[in-house]
Design a protein around this ligand. Structure first.
Ligand code: KIV
Length: 269
């Protein structure tokens, strides 16, 4: 019998146990090959509904369907072995009732084999988060700026600039924690509020546009790689994939036009 070392995936409880310890590294990824690269350095990969914008050219995340989340979730799970894969519940798939949320979350988990789901909302979603976690579905919360509520919020606005809004935002984060979420994304909130929430809740906060005061960070992969034509102000761009792709396509087009393709050593004779 051959001895095989099976690589074990990071679990939701392991992410929860990282509270206050080594920062949690996370990125989004939407297809198998980038996910395989990302997981070499990330603790968890989010198949986020931002895929509607960065992969499918949508204006916001509201048009993303369950089917789209499942197809991309399956690709990312297939491409990875080690990272925890978290799949976003799309707009309209969980808000109606805890029962509807369970049905859709269970479908996502069954069909993708991901390790957890994420949903947006604080106090208003606490009952649903509890319903899911008590029935075997690990849930990551998402409070602060919640893109699926863009029409109610009046756009993508930084949260907590006015201190009067802090109690509500803190109550949202606590509600998610108390409902049993294993971690929670904190998006687009001012640094002192992010720090306060991170200090006051017992689960890891995963910041995006919420400063280094959080327990971990997440960015949208296409944004940090320099592939998006616009990125939010808080995004540090670590690569320049857009210009690199354009350059490669241009070289190819120039060669095709001058009949300098394929290279001599690539020709079947
Ligand atoms: O969909 C997404 O990319 C997200 C991140 C912004 C956290 O939810």
């Amino acid at each position: 019998m051959s001895k095989q070392t099976k690589i074990r995936r990071i679990t939701a409880p392991e992410i929860a146990a990282r509270k206050g310890k080594e920062p949690i590294v996370s990125l989004t990824s939407y297809h198998a090959h980038t996910a395989a690269i990302v997981e070499q350095h990330a603790d968890f990969i989010l198949v986020g509904d931002s895929l509607g914008m960065v992969m499918h050219g949508m204006e916001n995340t509201l048009g993303v369907s369950m089917e789209l989340m499942i197809v991309h979730g399956q690709a990312v799970v297939r491409g990875t072995k080690r990272a925890l894969i978290v799949v976003d519940m799309p707009f309209g798939s969980y808000e109606e009732s805890p029962e509807v949320a369970f049905r859709n979350a269970a479908r996502i988990m069954k069909e993708t084999q991901c390790g957890a789901v994420k949903l947006e909302g604080g106090q208003s979603m606490a009952e649903t988060i509890r319903f899911l976690t008590e029935r075997g579905i690990p849930v990551m919360g998402h409070t602060g700026l919640t893109p699926q509520s863009t029409h109610v919020m009046g756009g993508f606005k930084t949260q907590g600039r006015d201190e009067d809004t802090w109690p509500e935002l803190i109550a949202d984060a606590k509600a998610v924690e108390e409902a049993g979420a294993f971690a929670s994304v904190l998006e687009g909130v001012v640094e002192p509020l992010a720090r306060k929430i991170t200090e006051e809740i017992s689960i890891p906060t995963i910041g995006i546009g919420a400063s280094a005061a959080c327990d971990g960070q997440i960015l949208v992969l296409e944004d940090m790689l320099g592939l998006s034509d616009w990125v939010p102000k808080f995004v540090k761009v670590y690569g320049s994939l857009g210009p690199m792709i354009e350059e490669a396509v241009k070289s190819y087009a120039d060669e095709v036009k001058s009949r300098a393709f394929p290279g001599e050593d690539q020709v079947y004779r």
